[in-house]
Write a protein that binds this ligand. Sequence first.
Ligand code: HEM
Ligand SMILES: *[C@@H]1O[C@H](CO)[C@@H](O)[C@H](O)[C@H]1NC(C)=O
Ligand SMILES: *[C@@H]1O[C@H](CO)[C@@H](O)[C@H](O)[C@H]1NC(C)=O
Length: 329
Amino acid sequence: MKYNNPITIFLFLSLSFLPSMQNKLTPDYYKKTCPTFLDTVRRIVNEKQHNTPSTAAATLRLLFHDCMVGGCDASILVTSNAYNKAERDHTVNLPLSGDGFDAVLRVKNVLELECPNVVSCADILAAAAGELVANSGGPTLTVQFGRKDSLESKISSSENQFPLPNMTMSQVITLFTKKGFSVQEMVALIGAHTIGMSHCDQFAHRLFGFSKTSETDPAYSPEYAAGLRKLCENYTKDSTMAAYNDVITPVKFDNMYFKNLRRGLGLLATDSALFTDPRTKPFVETYADDEGKFFQDFSRAIEKLSALDIKTGKEGEVRSRCDSFNSLN
Ligand code: HEM
Ligand SMILES: *[C@@H]1O[C@H](CO)[C@@H](O)[C@H](O)[C@H]1NC(C)=O
Ligand SMILES: *[C@@H]1O[C@H](CO)[C@@H](O)[C@H](O)[C@H]1NC(C)=O
């Protein structure tokens, strides 16, 4: 490959400007306009996490679901009305726990008193998720700010944007690649399953009548499968039944999720597949052996996720209520 033809040089120069163009966010965006911002986020979300330990996982997943569709712009927080069906009503978003929404709304309520109309809901969500990861024992994330909130939220935008537990690893990789993530970054991000829960209907096919030869998925350790069968025995009648994603240290943000995958303790089919697929297995091994490396890679990947397609200036607004646009449209 030669680099001296004009088109190649042009491409090279424009590409080399991309990182600085995308870097519209800064760590001290609210330093002058809302100096209490980070302290307030910390105080409110840590208090909520203390009373409701499901908050951290709920908020982290909410950030993931916000950022995957049209970027990190709080479009996930908008509620539907008579004129508009919003993102959060898409089937893929229905299981999102109310604790994440509540954490953001609580922070917003306080910030609207401290510095009205200044802090975007998208920034609150990113800050809250970062703080809660650290609060759960995970890495300290360098979250940057300056996101504007979206001017729309459409249920149809969520179609085909999310990985599902019944997808093949190739489908999952394609999805993350489309958003600019490498396989390694993807594996690090899925390490978020070190906290939180999944409802039985998301993995029940692995427990009841899995195949002609095996009632349960042989990728599960037998004891784990037996425990899950018991836990989920009434799941068709009681849809609230759910299991911890990380059965060993369910509320601690650590690398136990990856260690679990080696022992047949991956809850979702895609979790188990990370350990069997030769494209992802080496990263699972690395992260299972080295928590520091997992923390480092997770931090970079989540910072990248939380800067996806962010809106600035007139592309968005600072909502005064996180669940609705400033003007009815
Ligand atoms: C292969 C990719 C992924 C698949 C198939 C997947 C699927 C799921 C499913 C089905 C649940 C359970 C939902 C429920 O029943 O309530 C879940 C929970 C969760 N996911 Fe993922 N996910 C993936 C990647 C990610 C990523 C990249 C993140 C964040 C960076 C993430 C964060 C979470 C968290 C924190 C929970 C627990 C939520 C709670 O307890 O409220 N997931 N995921
Ligand atoms: C996965 O399950 C959903 C329903 O839960 C279904 O709509 C979809 O087609 C399935 N995808 C694959 C790849 O099997
Ligand atoms: C399932 O339902 C049966 C009958 O109501 C009850 O005895 C059992 O404890 C339930 N199992 C779980 C895990 O809730």
